[in-house]
Write a protein that binds this ligand. Structure first.
Ligand SMILES: [Zn+2]
Length: 91
């Protein structure tokens, strides 16, 4: 299933922390569209809490990442988002 918002032809200039977290697994897998991959790259460069999270997430074995992504995406994203909101006021 594809997201209809991907078909607008617009390159996302900035993505939210929640969006970055939602897409983290795909980002690490390299399965995102190139422009989305770049948008997340940009986010991680400008958002230290998300970069920190990315580094931590990279340390998690791939199988666990997939299990997390498949089984508890909303809960995981929700918890990470609350964590990040507390740290990252600008997003
Ligand atoms: Zn962020």
């Amino acid at each position: 299933m594809s997201d209809p918002s991907d078909k607008t032809g617009k390159t996302p200039e900035w993505v939210s922390c929640k969006h970055s977290i939602d897409k983290l697994v795909e980002y690490l897998d390299g399965t995102l569209a190139p422009e989305e991959q770049r948008a997340l790259d940009r986010h991680f460069k400008l958002c230290p809490p998300c970069l920190d999270l990315l580094r931590k997430y990279r340390a998690v074995p791939k199988l666990c990442q997939r299990a997390l992504a498949d089984e508890v995406p909303e809960e995981t994203a929700g918890r990470l988002t609350s964590f990040l909101r507390a740290k990252c006021k600008g997003c």
